[in-house]
Write a protein that binds this ligand. Structure first.
Ligand code: SF4
Ligand code: SF4
Length: 154
């Protein structure tokens, strides 16, 4: 993830890259939404809890999310907030972008808006704010926009 000064446009290409080999943290709204299903979650590790605040994550079969079938999410309408907000985490202070997602277009404005992603990021926000604050920022050579951005700043 990189810190961005803007929220870029995103249109999912359905490549399923974010459904493989990832930690998909689960929060209370996810369990409410997925309450009719069983066997999809496992405990997070101590480190994963420290980074995400989540006690559970999606179960992987091999390196693939158990909901992934034939390259598509078998429970797309019920998918966790983590999947809904990917490739963004938007907190009160920061916009984080996963630049590896092929659905990002840095040259276009995001049509959903920051508030949309801020709500979907609420489970992980406090942990990200603490982490970014203590680390002094995250940068990556993969993106052009790595300038820390404070909400309300001119
Ligand atoms: S990595 Fe990006 S483009 Fe690929 S499925 Fe995930 S959100 Fe969509
Ligand atoms: S729940 Fe669906 S969208 Fe989320 S990682 Fe699993 S297959 Fe992908």
């Amino acid at each position: 993830m990189v810190i961005s000064e803007i929220l870029p446009f995103h249109a999912c290409k359905r490549c399923a890259a974010c459904c493989k080999g990832k930690v998909i943290p689960l929060y209370s709204p996810d369990f409410r939404r997925l309450s009719g299903l069983e066997g999809f979650s496992v405990h997070t590790s101590k480190l994963e809890r420290a980074l995400t605040g989540a006690h559970y994550k999606m179960r992987m079969a091999g390196s693939r999310c158990v909901f992934l079938q034939g390259g598509l999410c078998s429970h797309y309408e019920l998918r966790p907030d983590t999947c809904r907000r990917h490739p963004f985490i938007v907190t009160e202070n920061w916009i984080l972008v996963n630049p590896a997602c092929p659905g990002i277009d840095w040259n276009r404005k995001n049509i959903e808006g920051e508030e949309h992603y801020r709500k979907l990021s609420s489970g992980i926000s406090d942990w990200i704010d603490a982490l970014v604050g203590s680390a002094g920022g995250i940068t990556s050579p993969q993106t052009r926009r790595v300038v820390p951005r404070k909400r309300g700043a001119p």
